[in-house]
Design a binder for this molecule. Sequence first.
Ligand SMILES: NC(=O)c1ccc[n+]([C@@H]2O[C@H](COP(=O)([O-])OP(=O)(O)OC[C@H]3O[C@@H](n4cnc5c(N)ncnc54)[C@H](OP(=O)(O)O)[C@@H]3O)[C@@H](O)[C@H]2O)c1
Length: 333
Amino acid sequence: MPSLPSTMKAVVLPEIGPSSKLQYTDSQPLPTLKPGQLLVKNAYAGINYIDTYFRSGLYPSAVGYPMILGQEAAGIVADVSSEGDTLGFKTGDRVVWIAQGGYAEYTAVPAHRTIKIPEGLSDDQAVGGFLMGMTALSLVRESYPVQKGDKVLVHAAAGGVGLLLCQLLRDIGAYTIGTAGSPEKCKLAEQYGANVTIDYNANTNWVEKVKELTDGNGVDVVYDSVGKTTFDGSLDSIKRKGKFVQFGSASGPPPPLNIARLSPKNISLMRMTVMSYIVTREEIEYYGNAVLNLIKDGKLKINVHKAYDLKDAKQAQDDLEGRKTTGKSLLKL
Ligand SMILES: NC(=O)c1ccc[n+]([C@@H]2O[C@H](COP(=O)([O-])OP(=O)(O)OC[C@H]3O[C@@H](n4cnc5c(N)ncnc54)[C@H](OP(=O)(O)O)[C@@H]3O)[C@@H](O)[C@H]2O)c1
């Protein structure tokens, strides 16, 4: 390994605000390792909607401000802490991680949040499906364990998580109704496994359409990451004794709920986060390796919308928030 530089390229968020707050620099000091950490030289970082929540202040930052956004990246281990348990990782290992600070050339990450990338899988494909793949997999395996024949409603079905959900549900043998914001996005979601799609921008009466498609009964489960604009419709789309899995706020947070609204149909409601499914080392190994192997074996196709230059992180977030993307966006370091 060549010796490490003292500074690096990064995109720094000095304070909460619009995307114009994101500042590119080529003189950010390299992070210093804490016990149990690895220094990873990132090749590609994943862009996730959650990055925009930390930027806007919708979610509080655990590390305060200024902060470096980005929850995942793939690259090469450049240094290993001499203290703490680093789980046998060595410099030169090719890894993908889920932690904090991916919009940068180097990130110090806990070894226990890091997984080796299997031979034959590229860095961009690995990070392209890592956080989102673990999300999609835990949604269909744990939040509501989907069975063959279940009727499932997936909002934003052409998005990053959406396209992965469509594929996993197709493999399980579910009947997937996907919603998306344009005819092109609907077509893409169908190519990735949705049985039928509804353009919920053109068809504001999408709840009626869902009822029609389910013989008037509604779906077994709805996976809703859109939030504010879909929440009420999602509740109406679920069958008696069905499940509502709410896991995101792309259109804003859902309104406060009077839980009495769940009783007419005995609906179960979960506010899911993947982070609470990957707390222990065993859990992150289970989901991380499962996802990487599915991608490597060609069972999960990663649709990379674009790999943006690090300097264009603002544009990448604008495109995501402006509903201009499908699938996964990356930053190239
Ligand atoms: N809980 C968790 O652990 C977890 C983990 C990962 C992701 N998520 C959530 O899953 C969702 C998808 O994440 P992603 O990164 O894959 O993003 P994405 O789905 O690729 O992008 C968001 C999509 O939401 C739809 N949308 C509907 N109304 C919108 C609005 N007013 N503004 C912006 N977008 C709107 C758009 O698709 P259409 O144009 O087709 O409507 C847009 O493309 C996000 O809500 C994210 O927070 C949650």
